[in-house]
Design a protein around this ligand. Structure first.
Ligand code: XLS
Ligand code: NI
Ligand code: NI
Length: 438
């Protein structure tokens, strides 16, 4: 049964079109740098925001109705969400989805019943997947909503809660593998602290690593060959979260020997909450070979929390796609961890949010490819470091064939170096604007 009866399949109509239910830039089969747009941009629907979140905030209740004609909290409703979600993805040409265990079923009081429901719904989802060709990007366990996780999951002070977290991870891996997910994700929602007065940080971090190790061992034992991801975030819900940013998460993974099995899922709004640009965390991940996937959204610089807005900022999307193209693409995808604003509560709004996100990234891709093809930025960077390749002393530094003593003598001989050359930031920013708006 069709649910969005007033919404047709969304087509590419180009920039001349005024039709809000069309793509202006996202032209799935258009070739950019030798690859189709849809291959550069494996978009994914986030089950939780799109099919579950109804606009409740701290000050008011739901504005959107996502009962889809069924009673909420029932398996009929869970199945209706599957039907609606697949229709939505098909109409937009989205090929992937991401989910938490408790997004796809109502959680029961008893874990055995919860798991039975997961088996039932995953059978249903699997059938839809084979009918439509839509795939799973990643799955995860929600270990932050249930009150038992108020002190964390892997980082909980309670061994029983740790055991429940482990049980949930096991089942969520089972379901992700059953659905052929490319990756399994950990977002450390409550893995952090409110006050050091009650927290043994070392103990908690060791335990989080133990849980992740067990997840890898178990996943590999049942034949899962995909990546595990950490999704860094500095704060919210906790005051301080252990996976603060890309650099912190990479240090953690290396410290505990998890770096071969894990990559990072970088979310734009998390990077900005950490005081970085989105591009910064992408670059740090990429240079460490850990850029796995992207949660595509944006924050509001005037607010200090994770607003999960649909990406509209073309400049940021361009810099994101510049990093992705430079990294040779990503093995994961672009998951819209984004939700409509509370007052955008209609079915059209759901579609227009995704259209905005997809068009913004398509435009970002086009512009990033033009920046790379233009070559001026790359040339400048190459020239900027060229003294190391041209001078004898530079070559010696790069090949580790010098010492402080030799450089000391060299410096004395030189008396004073010339200034290192203009950084030309304004020149480069002009080039980017030129390309963006030509
Ligand atoms: C919350 C996170 C969350 C993860 C999945 O801030 O972004 O939605 O992506 O648990
Ligand atoms: Ni987030
Ligand atoms: Ni996210």
């Amino acid at each position: 049964m069709e649910y969005f009866t007033n919404i047709p399949k969304i087509k590419y109509e180009g920039t001349k079109s005024n039709n809000p239910l069309s793509f202006k830039y996202y032209d799935a089969d258009r070739i950019i740098m030798g690859k189709k747009m849809k291959e550069h941009l494996p978009f994914s629907m986030a089950w939780w925001h799109n099919l579950c979140a109804c606009g409740t905030d701290m000050f008011g209740r739901n504005t959107a109705n996502k009962s889809f004609g069924k009673t909420e909290g029932t398996m009929e409703h869970a199945k209706a969400k599957v039907d609606v979600g697949f229709e939505f993805m098909q109409k937009l040409g989205i090929e992937y989805f991401c989910f938490h265990d408790v997004d796809i079923i109502p959680e029961a009081d008893d874990i055995k019943e919860t798991n039975r429901r997961l088996d039932e719904i995953s059978d249903y989802i699997l059938k839809k997947m084979s009918e439509t060709g839509i795939k799973c990007l990643w799955g995860t366990a929600n270990m932050f909503s249930n009150p038992r996780y108020c002190n964390g999951a892997g980082s909980s002070n309670s061994a029983d809660v740790f055991a429940f977290a482990a049980a949930q991870v096991k089942k969520a891996i089972d379901i992700t593998v059953k659905l052929g997910g490319k990756a399994y994700l950990f977002w450390g929602g409550r893995e952090g602290y409110e006050t050091l007065l009650n927290t043994d940080v070392k103990f908690e971090q060791d335990n989080i690593a133990r849980l992740m190790k067990m997840a890898v061992t178990y996943g590999r034992s049942i034949g899962f060959t995909g990546d595990f991801y950490i999704e860094p975030k500095p704060k919210e819900p906790m005051k301080h979260q252990y996976d603060y940013d890309a650099a912190t998460a990479i240090g953690f993974l290396r410290q505990y020997g998890l770096d071969k099995d894990f990559k990072l899922n970088i979310e734009a709004n998390h990077a900005t909450l950490a005081g970085h640009t989105f591009q910064h965390d992408l670059r740090i991940s990429a240079i460490n070979n850990m850029l796995g996937s992207i949660d595509a959204n944006q924050g509001d610089y005037l607010l200090g929390w994770d607003t999960d807005e649909f990406p509209s900022d073309v400049y940021t999307a361009t810099m994101c796609m510049y990093e992705v193209l430079k990294a040779g693409g990503i093995s994961g995808g672009f998951n819209f961890d984004a939700k409509n604003r509370r007052s955008s509560y209609t079915a059209e709004d759901m579609f227009e949010g995704y259209i905005l996100g997809m068009d913004t990234f398509a435009l970002g891709l086009i512009k990033a490819s033009q920046i790379i093809e233009d070559g001026r930025i790359d040339d400048f960077i190459a020239k900027r470091y060229s003294s190391y390749h041209k001078s004898q002393i530079g070559k010696k530094i790069l090949s580790n064939q010098t010492s402080l003593e030799e450089l000391f003598a060299y410096a004395e001989n030189l008396c004073a170096p010339e200034l290192p050359g203009s950084g030309k930031q304004e020149n480069l920013e002009n080039i980017v604007n030129n390309i963006l708006f030509k």
